[in-house]
Design a protein around this ligand. Sequence first.
Ligand SMILES: [Fe+2]
Length: 326
Amino acid sequence: MKAQNHINQSLILIVEDDPHFADILTDTLQTLNHTVIKASNGVEALDIIQHEVPDLIITDINMPHLDGYGLCTKIKTNRSTRLIPVIMMTGMDDLDSRVKGIEVGADDFITKPFQLLELRARVASLIKLKHYTDHLENAEEVIFSLAMAVEAKDPYTNGHCRRIATIGSEVARHMGCSDDDVQSVYRGGFLHDIGKIGVPDAILNKTSFLDDSERDLVVKHPTTGEDICKPLHTLTNALPIIRHHHERIDGKGYPDGLSGDEIPLNARIVAVVDCFDAMTTDRPYRKGMSYEKAELRLLKAVDSGQLDENAVNATLQITKLIKTNA
Ligand SMILES: [Fe+2]
């Protein structure tokens, strides 16, 4: 019953340049107990979304300034809005528009003139979906907050997760990785050490050598991290990064002893950026290295079989650029 109330009281954004049709649709949705806001084109809609996130968007296709396809593309390619369902209004039997709508990520279609029963069913179904994805987003936020909590266990790693995510994704882009891989590197980079939640602070912050039992606990953190993130479908592509960010090119890393190309490229990238950040960040017992010294160390790590050569070269180029622009 509670879920039904939530569905009935949803905020719907109508994007339609024909005021008469927009009014008819508004009246209909209001009789179904929804709250409606209106925009007359895509640009206006994007402006509204910045201030007020709707539960559903119903958009016309042909509009001035920014049409329905352009609007849908912008919504579906923006991480903060991509889960808002979009219904496109098309003409009867307009297959071309539907195909194009699918290509830009529209979730559903209604035909003009609309049938009340059809409209009600499609709106209810997509709002229910939004209700579930809201929960999903909350779950994802919890996991990212957990990563921040792990980072907070060591005050000297302040900002490490975000740096690995942002620098790693730039390195991936520089290496010609797909948009999906770039996003995976961002997420995997942010979450790579989340499994350290299972390692006591005294061991994490120990500056002397670890004994065998302590080392056993530390080397489990990639698989623990993978287990934490596995239930979330949206993090599937980040799992190989979390699991394999301590593998070595010569096969002497952990947890699986993979070597060379067996190690996913995204994990090789995060491994390099992780090392670079650890070297250049101040620690309680030593000052962070200069860029030049870290560069030499990374090149040595390539020679010794620890790190991937291409990922090191790309990381050095990107970090040099960031240093120059700082
Ligand atoms: Fe790690």
